[in-house]
Design a protein around this ligand. Structure first.
Ligand code: HEC
Length: 203
């Protein structure tokens, strides 16, 4: 008789441990027999810490410091500003075919989703509710200094995020150059077409 009880108890434990609690939810962490290194004493991004007086894990960049390797004496290149601190017109480098091609490449990756491949503001995100994206043909954008476009890419504007941490200074200028290409492409007049080609337009 004792063996029957024992066998019953064994079966009960076996059934519960194999089948029991399947599908039930628990907010407690699972029992880990071999935890490996799943639980580590570490800080997660944007976490909390009692070590710092403000309680934040992420430390702000100390004021008036420049990360090593990021110092530039050229304000036009680094910030798009002239010597008076105004947004600069023109480019701090020569415009080459390579620069424009780099700009087109980066534009397709970083900007076209919202602003559209031609800069008309009708990227795919418009269908998903990002309706504020402007066309680059907006009057004020046609006249905007290159330095201000650079600054918009670097720091973002209102609902547009910043790309300063994702694109190098050179790549940002390459995009500004391509931005001007897109605008120029939409501003063409008959005068831009060589005389001997005009008849081909059927005008
Ligand atoms: C996630 C969508 C999104 C992406 C990606 C994006 N933009 Fe924008 N952009 C916007 C929106 C939305 C606005 C309008 C912001 C506002 O004024 O509310 C805007 C505005 C602008 C403006 C006008 C700023 C002004 O002064 O009115 C420029 C120039 C611009 N974007 C350039 C770019 C360039 C260049 C890139 C690529 C590096 C880019 N954007 C990537 C959404 C985006």
């Amino acid at each position: 008789m004792r063996y029957v009880y024992l066998a019953f108890a064994f079966l009960l434990v076996a059934t519960v441990s194999i089948l029991g609690f399947r599908g039930s939810k628990s907010s407690r962490p699972p029992i880990e027999i071999f935890p490996d290194m799943d639980q580590q004493p570490k800080y997660m991004p944007q976490g909390e810490s009692s070590f710092f007086p403000d309680g934040r894990v992420d430390r702000p960049v100390p004021a008036n410091t420049v990360a090593r390797g990021f110092f530039s004496e050229d304000d036009h290149l680094a910030f798009g500003k002239d010597e008076n601190g105004e947004f600069a017109r023109g480019f701090p480098m020569d415009i080459t075919k390579e620069l424009l091609e780099r700009g087109r490449d980066r534009y397709a990756i970083f900007c076209a989703v919202c602003h559209g491949a031609s800069g008309d503001g009708n990227g795919i995100t418009k269908q998903y509710g990002m309706i504020a994206t402007p066309s680059y043909m907006r009057d004020d954008l046609l006249n905007m200094p290159e330095g201000e476009i650079f600054d918009t890419i670097t720091n973002g504007k209102n609902t547009m995020g910043r790309y300063g941490d994702k694109l190098t200074v050179e790549d940002r200028w390459a995009i500004v150059a391509y931005f001007k290409v897109l605008q120029r492409a939409q501003q063409g007049t008959l005068g831009d077409v060589p005389v001997d080609k005009r008849s081909e337009l059927g005008l």
